[in-house]
Design a protein around this ligand. Structure first.
Ligand code: SF4
Length: 507
């Protein structure tokens, strides 16, 4: 679901700058205090001493700015800008998929004419991924509309699927759009990526300004390559400390959302820095940024570094221009976390901010486990789940569904050896543990989908899921209960039939 490009509410920047954040925490290890430093509110969450960070480059701009402000300044050809300003930005990449693509195309044709040409055939990326493996005629028709449009407009990046009986027979087909964008080199530091999907913020992991927009805005971008955007103020999250071996980035972002609430970052940028963030892989950084929209965030960003550049190697031939927040940049608020003190968490039904420690929910009996989606269906997510199954040597007690995000992830599941397994692949370990066979890559039941969608919740069951939303009806049945969790916690829960802290198997 997409967010509006321009907030209709007054800019909250000035009003909130002087305020001090305060919420209750359900985690005993999660104490905090609020203190003033200049006009900036700082929330400290058991933070250790901070290492000196190297000064950031100011590039060609004249005023201290955050990463997000700098990207938008560059994209709008301005030397400086401030939060709250509305600026016309030049878009580097526009992504749409089978759910919103037909609407976007309809608006483009209505407003620009039946014979109009898109602004740039190489900057539009169209990815069928949501409702693919279904007999639903309207869902299938949506993909046909995308195909016709891409042919008509000679769109360079269309990741088509024609043979639904065997996804492997479709070499162009990728799978879930946000992971496909990363794997195909469309996520590049310093650029602007807009998409008709709220989790487009996933690409912020690359130091890109990436956000979801509606079909109307997307139709305008398709025709012009521009969009009017309000510059968001930035919240900075400093994550330091060694990450315990039972935590994953999903725990970090659920911890943060539980702290600031589902509206805590409304129309704000969320910038993630600190030694823990620097140590995260690109897939884990994606998990962090993917869920900023669950706190209302406009976008999330992680500064590009060698990890980013290594990931991008061989994926793009375009020049990349990363930018970094200035040392004197003004952040609306700063939150500090000592990650070494955190514990595995879940988000209980029916909100991503309904945080609880996994061990506090050990009496919650579950009916199924789902591992998949743009948030929790990446290669490392499956490796993490396999690690828990391997460590336990036991079989799952509830149906456990596995939906790789993309075709590449699916191949990894079947080919990559799991560390410490003597060469076994994830698929072998999943089979030995009694999980369902990994399904064809797509969004699957993350969004419910048509009734014949694989692993859709058609009954009012309780599910532990690595997805990003647990609203009523999100995975199908309106009375279903979804506990959002990391792949570690999901796998541990599958082994017991209850919500389970992964330390029960990993220590
Ligand atoms: S996997 Fe789920 S959250 Fe991600 S794009 Fe698909 S439906 Fe949306």
């Amino acid at each position: 679901m997409a967010s509006s490009a321009i907030a209709s509410t007054p800019n909250p920047f000035l009003k909130q700058k002087e305020s001090c954040f305060s919420t209750a925490s359900s985690s005993p290890s999660f104490s905090k205090k609020c203190k003033r430093r200049g006009s900036k509110a700082v929330v400290a969450v058991m933070a250790p001493p901070q290492p000196q960070r190297p000064p950031s480059s100011t590039g060609s701009v004249k005023r201290a700015m955050t990463m997000t402000e700098k990207i938008l300044a560059r994209a709008s050809e301005r030397s400086k800008l401030e939060p709250g300003e509305n600026v016309w930005v030049n878009v580097d990449v526009l992504m749409t998929h089978d759910v919103c693509g037909p609407g976007t195309i309809g608006i483009f044709k209505k407003e620009f004419g039946e014979n109009a040409k898109v602004w740039d055939r190489e900057k539009i990326v169209i990815i069928p991924d949501h409702y693919i493996f279904t007999t639903d005629e309207r869902a299938n028709r949506n993909v046909d509309i995308l195909r016709d449009f891409c042919k008509e407009q000679n769109i360079k990046y269309f990741y088509d699927i024609k043979d639904l009986s065997d996804f492997k027979a479709n070499p162009d087909y990728k799978g879930v759009c946000h992971i496909a964008l990363a794997q195909e080199g469309h996520c590049r530091p310093g650029e602007v990526l807009l998409g008709t999907d709220s989790h487009t913020c996933n690409a912020g992991a690359f130091g890109q300004f990436a956000t979801g927009i509606g079909n109307t805005d997307a139709g305008f971008v398709v025709g012009t390559g521009k969009l009017l955007l309000k510059v968001p103020p930035t919240l900075r999250f400093v994550l330091d400390g060694e990450m315990p071996n039972f935590l994953l980035a999903k725990d970090l972002i659920l911890q943060i959302i539980g702290e600031i609430s589902v509206s805590g970052a409304t129309y704000k940028s969320m910038e993630f820095v600190g030694s823990t963030v620097e140590s995260l892989t690109m897939e884990e950084r994606m998990t962090l940024c993917n869920m900023v929209v669950e706190a209302g965030g406009k976008n999330g960003v992680v500064p590009a570094d060698q990890t980013t550049f290594n990931y991008l190697e061989g994926k793009t031939s375009l020049n990349i221009g990363p930018v970094y927040s200035d040392e004197q940049a003004s952040f609306l608020q700063e939150y500090k976390f000592d990650v070494s003190k955190l514990e595995p968490v879940v988000a209980k039904p029916h909100s991503p901010d309904n945080r609880a420690l996994a061990r506090e929910c050990k009496d919650v009996k579950i009916d199924r486990v789902y591992i998949g989606s743009c948030t929790g269906g990446k290669t490392e997510d499956f490796l993490a789940a396999a690690k828990v199954f391997l460590a336990s040597g036991k079989k799952v007690k509830v149906p456990t569904f596995l939906v790789p995000a993309t075709q590449k992830v699916w191949v990894d599941v079947y080919t990559l050896p799991v560390p410490g397994s003597g060469g076994k692949t994830c698929s072998q370990i999943f089979e030995e543990a009694g999980c369902d066979t990994p399904a064809s890559p797509n969004c699957g039941a993350c969004l419910g989908g048509p009734r014949d969608t694989y692993a859709r919740m058609n009954e009012p069951q309780v599910c532990v899921s690595t997805t990003n939303r647990n609203f009523p009806g999100r995975m199908g049945h309106k009375e279903g209960q979804i506990y959002l969790a990391s792949p570690y916690t999901a796998a541990a829960s599958a082994l017991t039939g209850f919500v389970t802290d992964p330390r029960d198997f990993l220590q």
